[in-house]
Design a binder for this molecule. Structure first.
Ligand code: SF4
Ligand code: SF4
Length: 388
């Protein structure tokens, strides 16, 4: 679907929840109609996002499956269509002729939306890997009352294979839920059998609404899920692909190659900007989804001003608060730094706490990583938080 089709299709009138959801022009086959619905909110965003998801599901249910609504949460970049990225590159070529070598593009979206149309422009943008979510469990993703995961999977593998044929690597983000905790090894073998050229990540599901609490996961359950897989992965780690969080922990704790992602670095305060499609800026995609840490519109503020926003000091000061408080006696401070401030905010509505996923880090290393590898983490000065 082209971007202009999306814009032409207009807004759906559904009271408060539809103000930023759109339905695309339908594809009709054998009396069955398929519609892509895109919202500006992230999947499972309380109220607005879950309301739009419910609407999509009810439309499918009420039509006995004759109208299939594919709901895509905000931040699904492939929904923008290839023309959008051609425009991006045209702007880059025009305005950044001397600096283009310093610009890198990355893509994380839903591979069910990948088509031939993206191939050429993505190559031009230097995109070699497409990150995507995927759940092998039945009825986790898909349309209709029964959540038709077979149809969803067919579309996923069509996009997955197409991307592979054109030389793109696919990195999979597998979201661990309550439904998967008894099937850790099944999930592991299923995903490793895909013979991915990219890595795959096993991240815990983050649920913020009441409706899907049945799949919510505790940090303890997440640790047990990882703990079941880790001994097998460790024994055969040369055979299996890069699997996160295991590979990073091996690099950090055993190989001494410390490379921390934003959530573990304690250092995201002054080096991240998220720019939304309307020019509104925020700390990162997640803070933008939640409407917190807004830094103003890019049309009204320079990048220097946005990077100097006073709210960023809060995130930096959090390091001092935690190391003298909740994390003071933790030997993992130098590789965790209290975790993502937003994971503190989601529980306390306050950044000045450690992440609610503290045990997921500490518990897994102590109970499984150190026991199985025989290597005990010893903190070093190599990755102390750099102040501005
Ligand atoms: S707030 Fe969290 S997710 Fe956002 S940039 Fe910082 S560490 Fe990363
Ligand atoms: S593991 Fe827990 S206590 Fe240790 S630094 Fe991380 S959040 Fe703080």
């Amino acid at each position: 679907m082209k971007r202009r089709d999306l814009l032409k299709s207009g807004l759906v009138g559904l009271g408060g929840v539809a103000a930023a959801s759109t339905l695309s022009a339908p594809a009709i086959a054998k009396g069955r109609m398929e519609i892509n619905m895109v919202s500006t909110w992230p999947r499972d965003f309380p109220g607005l996002g879950t309301g739009a998801q419910r609407f999509a599901k009810r439309l499918t249910d009420m039509s006995d499956g004759r109208i299939e609504v594919n709901y895509f949460a905000g931040g699904e970049p492939l929904m923008l269509g290839a023309d959008y990225y051609r425009s991006v590159m045209a702007i880059q070529e025009k305005h950044c002729a001397d600096t283009s070598l310093r610009i890198e593009h990355a893509m994380q979206s839903n591979l069910t939306l990948f088509t031939e149309d993206f191939v050429e422009i993505f190559r031009k943008m230097g995109i070699g890997q497409i990150g995507t979510s995927f759940d092998p469990e039945p009825h986790m993703r898909g349309g209709g009352a029964d959540i038709d995961s077979e149809l969803y999977n067919r579309k996923f593998f069509r996009g997955f294979n197409l991307a592979g044929r054109h030389g793109f690597m696919a990195g999979i983000i597998y979201v661990v839920t309550k439904k998967s905790i008894t099937r850790a090894m099944d999930v592991f073998y299923y995903l490793t059998n895909l013979k991915l050229k990219g890595e795959f990540n096993m991240n815990p599901v983050l649920i913020y609404d009441e409706e899907r609490q049945h799949i919510a996961l505790s940090p303890e359950e997440y640790v047990e899920f990882l703990g079941e897989i880790f001994p097998v992965w460790w024994e055969h780690r040369d055979r299996y692909p890069d699997l996160e969080p295991f590979r990073s922990l091996v690099n950090t704790i055993i190989n001494g190659q410390v490379s921390l992602g934003c959530v573990d670095s304690g250092n995201c305060a002054f080096n991240h900007i998220n720019v939304g499609p309307d020019g509104e800026t925020s700390q990162c995609g997640r803070s933008a989804d939640w409407n917190i840490l807004p830094y103003g519109n890019i049309h009204d503020h320079s990048i220097a001003d946005i990077l100097a926003d006073e709210q960023r000091s809060l995130l930096m000061n959090r390091n001092d608060v935690l190391i003298n408080g909740e994390c003071s006696d933790c030997r993992f401070w130098s590789i965790c730094h209290g975790g993502c401030p937003l994971d503190a905010w989601s529980k306390h509505k306050d950044f000045m706490h450690k992440t609610e996923w503290c045990y997921a880090r500490k518990g897994f290393i102590e109970k499984y990583f150190e026991t199985i590898t025989g290597v005990r983490f010893t903190p070093g000065p190599c990755n102390e938080v750099k102040s501005r």
